[in-house]
Design a protein around this ligand. Structure first.
Ligand code: SF4
Ligand code: SF4
Length: 128
C-alpha cells in the first residue's frame, strides 16, 4: 500500500473529514497526553490531509494517546481527531501482524514487577 492508500484507509476507518478542520488547535491544547505525544491530535488531522501518515504510523504517540476523547469534545468543528489516532493505531497493528514479540526480546522486558505469566501470555498472543 502507498502512503496515500494508508491515508485514505485511515479516513475511511475513522470517518474523519480533515477539510472541516479550521486549525484552531483546541484539540491539542486540551490533550492530557500533550507532553508525551510527539505528534498531537491537530497534527494527525493535518498530516493525513497532506498524505503524510508514515511518520504517524511509526510514532510512539499512538500508544501515548489515552483514548479519552477530550480532543473530540473540544473540537468546535466535530472533526474527531481521536478517531483518527485510533485508526492509525489500527493500521499500524495490522501492518505489524502477529509477529510483535520475539523470544530474544523477552529477557529485556523482565523486571521484578512484571509477572512471568504475563509475558508468556503475551508471547503466545503476539508471536507467529
Ligand atoms: S483521545 Fe488521545 S489525542 Fe485525544 S485528547 Fe485524549 S489523549 Fe489526546
Ligand atoms: S479542535 Fe478541531 S478544528 Fe480545531 S485544530 Fe483540532 S481538529 Fe481542527
Amino acid at each position: 500500500m502507498t502512503e496515500r492508500d494508508y491515508c485514505e484507509e485511515a479516513l475511511l476507518l475513522s470517518g474523519v473529514h480533515p477539510e472541516k478542520c479550521m486549525k484552531c488547535g483546541k484539540c491539542s491544547g486540551a490533550c492530557p497526553s500533550y507532553d508525551e505525544m510527539e505528534y498531537h491530535p491537530h497534527q494527525f488531522v493535518d498530516m493525513i490531509a497532506k498524505g503524510q501518515i508514515k511518520k504517524l504510523m511509526e510514532s510512539e504517540s499512538l500508544y501515548h494517546c489515552l483514548s479519552c476523547f477530550v480532543c473530540v469534545e473540544r473540537c468546535p468543528r466535530n472533526v474527531m481527531p481521536a478517531n483518527l489516532v485510533e485508526a492509525v493505531r489500527t493500521l499500524r497493528e495490522r501492518s505489524i501482524g502477529n509477529d510483535r514479540l520475539k523470544p530474544d526480546d523477552v529477557a529485556a522486558l523482565l523486571d521484578e514487577e512484571t509477572p512471568g505469566q504475563l509475558l508468556m501470555a503475551a508471547f503466545r498472543k503476539y508471536s507467529k
